[in-house]
Design a protein around this ligand. Structure first.
Ligand code: SAH
Ligand code: TRP
Length: 324
């Protein structure tokens, strides 16, 4: 078998949905962590978002990978490709195509909180690349990377963190997460990091509020998850999706806005809360990076940038960095 599935035990305890809901929902300011979006339906909705005309990051990153994959693979010659938050691995295929052309045959280690999409994609990948072995890892990357079952065989590692997902962390969390990534790296190993860039507000806000409504449906799917998992009665139609760019914090904020005042019962918590008309729940942040912010992020992690591949007029960036 060229496909294995590993369940990754948390390295440290992280709150579960009930605890996050208790801490985040019962009183303002209300917020929820983003990992709960990605149940099976949420993962499919995210794929639909990536295909909308407004959501440019996927196309930008795919175009960059089309151009640079061969250079990256030839330069790093990885024995292992590790991908954090791999989703459907569609863009990663550009790297495997380059591997095939170059006759370099790494093992693939995707890590996902949404196992089904990862396993479906892994099955398709091994069908398309007859040399490829996939070691699928399911778990929560916010619970640490120290338990990933990566072999200590000294083979060069290329770590992928794509899609601008680093922007979904608060600044201090992003630094801590990059430090954990660096602790997976030996000298010569590399990180390929995708970051979305600061740009005009209209483009940014449209990317997080597409006209067909997939992003709104994705955001509201969190309500379904809460209702299903916590015995809740939040009215899906009682909330609307809102995406706003905060210039000061340089981030998109995704919110669910209550359309009218109502009371919510969360059976699993044995708790109720009242939410007023217009009150908001912050469900996701997506930070947008300046050149200085990228330099600072890598510098604090002790990483040395070896290549910067910008898309268009600095619309999006792929950065290749090594640990010396
Ligand atoms: N890399 C893909 C997907 C990006 S969306 C792309 O660029 O298109 C973010 C991905 O990270 C989703 O697939 C989601 O399921 C996964 N994810 C979110 N939170 C996670 C967590 N805490 N641990 C592991 N994976 C997570
Ligand atoms: N990593 C993606 C981003 O920040 C996640 C994302 C895209 C997202 N669209 C979204 C998260 C809409 C929540 C809602 O661009």
């Amino acid at each position: 078998m060229r496909l294995a599935h590993h369940r990754v035990a948390p390295e440290r305890r992280v709150p579960d949905l009930a605890e996050d809901a208790r801490a985040g929902l019962l009183a303002p300011p209300r917020s929820m962590p983003p990992k709960y979006f990605y149940d099976e339906r949420g993962s499919r909705l995210f794929e639909a978002i990536c295909d909308t005309p407004e959501y440019y990051p996927t196309r930008a990153e795919a175009a960059l990978l089309t151009d640079v994959s061969e250079r990256v693979i030839a330069d790093i010659r990885p024995a292992h490709v590790v991908e954090l938050g791999s989703g459907n691995s569609h863009k990663t295929r550009h790297l495997f195509a380059a591997c095939e052309r170059l006759g370099i045959h790494p093992r693939y280690w995707p890590f996902e909180v949404s196992p089904q999409i990862m396993l479906d994609s892994a099955a398709a990948l091994i069908a398309d690349y007859d040399w490829l072995h996939v070691e699928a890892m399911s778990g929560d990357y916010t619970a640490g990377l120290g338990n990933l079952p990566l072999p200590g065989d000294g083979g060069r590692r290329l770590i992928l963190f794509l899609g601008g997902t680093i922007g979904n962390f608060e600044p201090a969390q992003a630094d801590a997460f990059l430090a954990e990534i660096v602790s997976l790296m030996a000298p010569g190993d590399a990180l390929l990091l995708g970051l979305d860039r600061v740009k005009d507000v209209a483009t940014l806000e449209a990317a997080y509020d597409d006209a067909a409504g997939y992003t709104a449906a994705f955001n509201k799917n969190l309500i379904n998850v809460i209702n299903r998992e916590l015995g809740g009665d939040m009215p899906v139609a009682g909330y609307r999706h809102r995406a706003v760019f905060d210039r000061t914090l340089s981030r998109i904020e995704m919110r669910l806005v209550a359309e009218y005042a109502h009371r919510v019962r969360l059976e699993a918590l044995g708790a109720d809360f009242e939410i007023a008309a217009g009150e908001e729940i912050l469900t996701e942040i997506s930070r947008k990076f300046s050149q200085e912010a990228i330099t600072g992020l890598l510098g604090r992690a002790g990483l040395r940038q070896t290549a910067h591949y910008p898309y268009g007029d600095d619309q999006y960036s792929l950065v290749l960095a090594v640990r010396d």
